[in-house]
Ligand binder design. Structure first.
Ligand code: FAD
Ligand code: NDP
Length: 449
């Protein structure tokens, strides 16, 4: 059986669904091929369930704080199995919403594993689909060969399906997933140890945020082991043994492999189709999202640039507008806002200070560090830290960095100002909204350097 379309998309995750729906809106006939559940990583085993677990962890903090605000409470207890059941119901609901959205847009869903099968041809089992345009949106999966024996360990996928919180957990890595889950697990009842090769967690983020993240993790009871990665992980009678060198071995109930993700490019027939895959396993693309094969495009995690949902979605929509909407355009990845949903959360838009200096910018740096009102009232230690990087020549605000309650909500709004080219003078003439933490951004007067 052969079906003809204008566009065939491989992968019904964030990017694939966005591209397909936008293309259909422009009148294209679109088929989307999905090997697993519709919705992809973000909806089913990423952003959404992760944030739902963060809310669960946040209640732990809130219940403790409530006493300081006059509440009397019994001893709270977290039941992971109840959370997991509610999460499964919510992700099933969202998968249904995604299926409905595709159907309502007139996109044909083809369930099964898709692979390129000659120019303009995609094979799904016995079925062959044809289209002049094929989009690779197959996402990424956890790396399982970074440390000897790590293949025995769980990844974020399994963590989100646990029905009980392990008493002791080793987390290997110190990127987004390691930091977010270490922070959550510590609040939900695990004794957590974080092993990582750098001096600070969260490589690439501003030093102020990295230092603060380390301090907040420690304050939550997470043991930090910078510069120490297990040489091997062994499984023994249901437990995990980390070989730490010098004959040191430490046992844990559970280990989270948070050593990164790799693009899903295996079994897609890329080589035969002339699609070049780089040394990092990512599909190589140009600014128009075109691969090295005619009529084949790629977006999102499979291209391994900024592996974030809004990026995959923006790329998918840009590609559909370019191919079918008569408005060719590129996505600007020079200012991608991003958050780390630890507690308290981190959010950034624009370069880290060290990066801006390395780019040759002359900077004015504005910083403040305070104990928010909600914490001060109950004698809490948690602090909020903010930083503005301003171009000393043009007065343009180049970057905003924050760690503290609601940082992602605040920085998302400030990202609009940065996109609009706001200057420090614009921040200065903006009236404060009081009492808020966000007002501190318009009350910064003297640069610290
Ligand atoms: P995906 O969403 O992974 O979709 C790819 C789809 O392709 C999958 O459904 C897969 O089954 C399918 N597929 C693969 N191969 C084939 C094939 N051959 N045939 C058919 N189908 C195939 N990003 C954020 O912005 N904010 C967050 O808070 C955030 N939290 C995260 C938390 C975790 C734990 C993880 C793992 C990721 C998180 N991310 C977050 C990253 C975000 O999930 C990804 O960047 C995003 O999902 C990428 O979208 P995509 O469309 O490229 O791929
Ligand atoms: P990251 O790339 O963020 O972090 C990977 C970590 O593993 C780093 O600390 C890295 O160390 C370490 N590592 C890599 N290889 C090895 C090795 N061989 N031995 C020891 N350590 C190693 O990946 P994540 O898996 O945390 O997340 C994947 C991506 O998903 C993120 O990059 C992000 O794009 C996205 N994501 C986004 C979230 C959000 O927006 N809030 C949340 C979760 C994921 P080093 O730094 O030294 O290289």
């Amino acid at each position: 059986m052969t079906d003809s379309y204008d566009l065939i998309t491989l992968g019904a995750g964030s990017g694939g669904v966005a591209a397909s729906r936008r293309a259909a809106l422009h009148g294209a006939r679109v088929a989307i091929v999905e090997a697993g559940r519709v919705g992809g990583t973000c909806v089913l085993r990423g952003c959404v369930p992760k944030k739902l677990l963060m809310y669960a962890a946040q209640f732990g903090d809130a219940l403790g704080q409530a006493r300081g605000y006059g509440w009397s409470l019994g001893e709270p207890r977290f039941e992971m199995a109840r959370w997991a059941a509610a999460k499964a119901a919510e992700t099933a609901r969202l998968e249904g919403v995604y299926r409905q959205m595709l159907a309502a847009s007139g996109v044909t869903l083809v369930e099964g594993w898709g692979r390129l099968d000659g120019p303009g041809r995609v094979r799904v089992g016995e079925r062959v689909l044809q289209a002049p345009h094929v989009l690779l949106a197959t996402g990424s999966a956890p790396v399982r060969d970074s440390v000897p024996g790590i293949e025995h360990c769980a990844t974020s996928n399994e963590l989100l399906d646990l029905d009980r919180i392990p008493p002791t957990v080793a987390v290997i890595g110190a990127g987004y997933i390691a930091v977010e889950f270490a922070s959550m697990l510590a609040r939900l009842g695990s004794k957590v140890a974080l092993y990582f090769r750098g001096a600070q967690p969260l490589r690439g983020f501003d030093e102020m945020l990295r230092t603060a993240a380390a301090a907040e993790l420690q304050a939550a009871g997470v043991e930090l082991h910078p510069g120490l990665v297990p040489q091997r992980v062994r499984r023994l009678e249901g437990r995990f043994l980390l070989e730490l060198g010098d004959e040191r071995v430490r046992g844990f109930d559970w280990v989270l492999n948070a050593t990164g993700r790799r693009p899903n490019t295996e079994g897609l027939g890329l080589e035969a189709a002339g699609v070049r895959v780089g040394a990092d396993g990512a599909v190589a693309i140009d600014a128009a999202l075109h691969t090295t094969a005619r009529g084949v495009y790629a977006i999102g995690d499979v291209t391994n640039r900024r592996n974030l949902t809004p990026v995959a979605i923006a790329e998918g929509r840009a590609l559909a507008d370019s191919l079918f909407g008569g408005t060719p355009r590129e996505v600007d990845l020079s200012r991608v806002p991003s958050a780390v949903f630890m507690l308290p959360p981190i959010a950034s838009v624009g370069p880290a200070e060290a990066q801006a200096r390395a780019e040759g910018r002359t900077l004015k740096v504005f910083e403040t560090d305070f104990r928010p009102m909600k914490q001060a009232f109950i004698g809490g230690a948690e602090r909020t830290r903010i930083k503005l990087l301003v171009d000393a020549v043009s007065d343009r605000v180049l970057a905003v960095h924050m760690i503290g309650a609601d940082a992602p909500e605040i920085v998302q709004s400030l990202a609009v100002a940065l996109s609009a080219g706001a200057t420090k003078a614009d921040f200065d003439r903006t009236l404060a909204m009081h009492p808020t933490a966000a007002e501190e951004f318009v009350l910064l007067r003297e640069p610290v350097r």
